[in-house]
Every structure is written in structure tokens, then in C-alpha cells.
Design a protein around this ligand. Sequence first.
Ligand code: SF4
Ligand code: SF4
Ligand code: SF4
Length: 229
Amino acid sequence: MSKKMNRRSFAKTALFTCGLAGLLAAGRACAPLLKPEEKFLRPPGAENERKFLGTCIKCGQCVQVCPYRSVKLLDINKGAAAGTPVIIPEERACYLCDLLPCVLSCPSGALDSSVSDAEYVDMGKARVVRPENCLGMKGETVTEDMINRLIAHGTSGEREKELAEKLRAFSGKACTVCRDMCPYPDRDAAIALTGEKRYAPEIREKCVGCGVCLELCPAESNVFVIEPK
Ligand code: SF4
Ligand code: SF4
Ligand code: SF4
């Protein structure tokens, strides 16, 4: 490589590093002034909302690397939170992928790199708000229409296609979707279906609030809400 090229690469790297450092310093300086107006479900590794707003540089790396297309950026009308990443579980939950690529991609530390796998994630908690809407309570089976409605959330990437295949296997059966699809490694410590002939979900201590139970529940009306931490 020529000396000229070396100087150019050095200058580019220096500019990027200075730019990132500047953005981070500005964010940290403003952090005490940033008053979170709303709670959002953030990607894995985000700490409290105030710290997250002061650290996230809105670069969109976590959006780019998410294989489920779960991470969206908040709209311009969200004040200080505009442009920061969010999970909207009704559209696409977080599937707690191996190695958490969103966390690995974050250059600012807003998604804390010490959160290295699903067991350390703490996005929030699911809550069962309407057990009476559960198909298990109604004694109904999962229909093909219900599954097609869920698959319509997206099938662009490989992981989404695999997800669609898994969902098709529930068609025509008694519903166990929320329990069987919960991606937390020790699933039984996060969610269970309880009851005899009629049953409904019960959220347990290890739930991390990824939102998969809410997204994939095929019932017509909501059984769950996700409460961001
Ligand atoms: S863990 Fe996976 S699915 Fe969840 S936000 Fe990160 S990259 Fe996306
Ligand atoms: S996904 Fe869970 S809560 Fe929803 S209908 Fe099926 S068993 Fe009930
Ligand atoms: S119960 Fe499982 S799927 Fe539902 S939010 Fe908790 S960890 Fe995610």
C-alpha cells in the first residue's frame, strides 16, 4: 500500500474515532437532562432508559444485524428517543439469538457487551392480562388462518422462513405456541401452561420480556402485555 493510501486510511480512522468519541461525550453530557417521557421495549443489553438515551448514538447497527428484523428506529415525534432502537413485539419480537448480534454490533456501549447471552438479558416482563382469551381456555384449536396471520409478520430472511415453518406445525392442534416458542434457554422457568382440561399461560420468574409469546399468540384478542423494564 502507498504512503498516500496509508495517510488516507489513518485520517479516515482518526475521523471516525473522533466522531464517535464526540457523539458519546455529547450524549453523556446531556444524559442528566434527558427525561424519558415513555417506556420502550429496548433490544437486549440496554440498561435504564436515561442511560440508554445518553449513550445510544442512533447509528442503526443493531437494526442492520438483526436476522429477524426485530429492531426498528423510533419516529421523529418521540422527542429525545427519536431515532433510537426499539422492539415492537406486536410486529416482531426479539428471538434472543445466539451471541446476541445486536449487542455485539453496538459501537457505543448503549447495548452492554457484558450481556453475552440470553440468560443475562433483561428487557422487561410478560404479563398475562386476559387468560380468558387463550385458546386453551376456550377449548379451541389453532387454525390455518391464525397461522397465516402470524406468518404475515414477515418471511424475508432465513430465520423468518424457519420461524414460519415452525409455526405451520401448530395448525390443527391444541395451542401450546407461547410455551413451545419461548426462546429463553430454560423455557419452563419463564412460562408454563397450567390447568387441567382448560389451561392458560403463567409467566414465571425467568421471563426476560422478549415478547415472543405476545407476538405469536394466535388468539384473536390479546392474552399478554409486555412491560418494559
Ligand atoms: S437478540 Fe437477535 S432477534 Fe433479538 S434484537 Fe438482537 S439480533 Fe434481533
Ligand atoms: S399462545 Fe398461549 S396464550 Fe395464546 S392461545 Fe395459545 S396457549 Fe393460549
Ligand atoms: S415468557 Fe418467554 S416468550 Fe414470553 S416474554 Fe418471557 S421470555 Fe419471552
